[in-house]
Design a protein around this ligand. Structure first.
Ligand code: IMO
Ligand code: MG
Length: 422
């Protein structure tokens, strides 16, 4: 069975935990897009791991973990992440693979990301990791791929050409001194040497795995509304975060995908700028942020919090072909008198029941809420769906009804065992 796992909102849905649980049942775990803008948290016992690039499944011995061609890789970050695994005694030598076709984040991408953000009036609030500029170079056909780090001749030619143009832009547009060829060349050839045991044709590897009936989990990063096409453009990331991206970003053909699982918070959060119709007003927003510990795993930025938005969740089910949903952080809603689900937007006297793409509507829309009874905090953690408070179950039933997809898991804490399965 080959499963794609996607975030249904604006990222930070709790994908790391679900991937970790699902990894037990598969043979391969593959990242297909994004880069170290992602922050996937997994809690094992009293230890917390945060993965930015390496598939969260790496914690399971024997599983093969791949970084697919659709991912953009900052080699320095990858090196640190592998070093951390080594320190924690996690052996990955023979089971970690990097696509030779994955694009490489260069120092100038990171600087450009930050300089552009600083100069723009309408800021996106990027993570500053060079993601957008790296994908832009990929599409512009001047990107550097992992395989290029293994070939000094190719790397030299590409880097020379790139720096000639980029340094001029840095100097003239951003009053930045630019970058030295020598330094980057030596550093990135060094990375190539270190990563050479892992770099391979991952599409071929995965194709063989499919032929041998192995099970593959395709791990999405970010969320549906950060998708470059379907998200709240331009307040999005630069990759295809939706399930379709899994094929492009791995080379696995669409006919080999068996199921798409969506991960969704019991409420909504977003980091960075952009429209967020159901965002809580400031005082309550702060209460919920602290309660849910809603601070970015990558940048530490406070996340904006709001009620569950059924319009985006429904759109997500449609765009991704989701049939199963994991509802995360349900426990954060414990103890509220009432909980709300946004079922429509209202703008200029018009009711929107489907997700509108007009930025003005999205920015100014007033949410229409269905208000439901809250439930008390439960002292002992429920171990089954039945043990959830009846009002919590009613809330989940309402979500399932709206989504038209089956809720198969509800998370009530960060640990593996703090989950109920349905
Ligand atoms: P995970 O995988 C939440 C957001 C940034 C910004 C926008 C563009 O942990 O869910 P970028 O640096 O990608 O160009 O920034 O996208 N963003 C995320 N928000 N979770 C993420 O990943 C994100 N990755 C990017 O905050 O608004
Ligand atoms: Mg995140």
């Amino acid at each position: 069975m080959n499963i794609v796992l996607v975030g249904m909102q604006w990222g930070d849905e709790g994908k790391g935990k679900v991937i970790d649980i699902m990894s037990q049942k598969v043979d391969y775990i593959v990242r297909y897009q994004g880069g170290n803008n992602a922050g996937h948290t997994v809690v094992v016992g009293d230890k917390q791991y945060i993965f930015h690039l390496i598939p969260s499944g790496i914690l399971h011995p024997g599983k093969i973990c791949c970084i697919g061609n659709g991912v953009v890789i900052d080699p320095g970050v990858l090196l640190t992440e592998l070093g951390d695994l080594r320190k924690n005694g996690i052996d990955f030598k023979r089971r970690f693979k990097i696509s030779s076709l994955a694009h490489v984040i260069m120092p100038y991408h990171k600087n450009l990301d930050r300089l552009r953000e600083a100069k723009r009036k309408n800021k996106i609030g990027t993570t500053g990791r060079g993601i957008g500029p790296c994908y832009a170079d990929k599409i512009n056909r001047c990107g550097i791929r992992m395989i290029d780090l293994l070939n000094p001749v190719v790397l030299r030619a590409k880097l020379k050409d790139n720096l000639k143009e980029k340094n001029e832009i840095f100097k003239k547009v951003y009053q930045h001194p630019g970058f030295s060829f020598k330094e980057i060349y030596a550093q990135y050839l060094g990375y190539g040497e270190l990563f050479s045991p892992y770099i391979c044709n991952t599409a071929a590897l995965l194709s063989k795995a499919v032929a041998r009936k192995k099970d593959i989990l395709l791990e999405g990063a970010q969320g549906t509304f950060l998708d470059i096409d379907f998200g709240t453009y331009p307040f999005v990331t630069s990759s295809s975060t939706t399930s379709g991206g899994a094929c492009i970003g791995t080379g696995i053909s669409p006919d080999k995908i068996d199921k798409v699982v969506g991960v969704c918070k019991a409420y909504t959060t977003r980091v960075g700028e952009g429209p967020f119709p159901t965002e809580f007003p400031a005082p309550f927003g702060k209460v919920m942020r602290d309660k849910g510990n809603e601070f970015g795993a990558t940048t530490g930025r406070p996340r904006r919090c709001g009620w569950f938005d059924a319009l985006i969740a429904k759109e997500s089910v449609m765009l991704n072909g989701i049939t199963e949903v994991a509802i995360m952080k349900m426990d954060v809603l414990d103890g509220l008198k009432e909980v709300k689900i946004c079922t429509a937007y209202k703008y200029k006297g018009k009711i929107f029941k489907e997700f509108p793409s007009d930025l003005e509507v999205l920015t100014k829309a007033i949410p229409v809420y269905k208000t439901m009874r809250g439930w008390p905090h439960q002292d002992s953690k429920p171990r089954s769906f039945k043990q959830l408070h009846h009002c919590a179950r009613t809330y989940l039933a309402a979500l399932q009804d709206i989504l038209g997809a089956k809720i198969t898991m509800v998370s009530i804490g960060s640990a593996r065992k703090e989950s109920v399965f349905i």
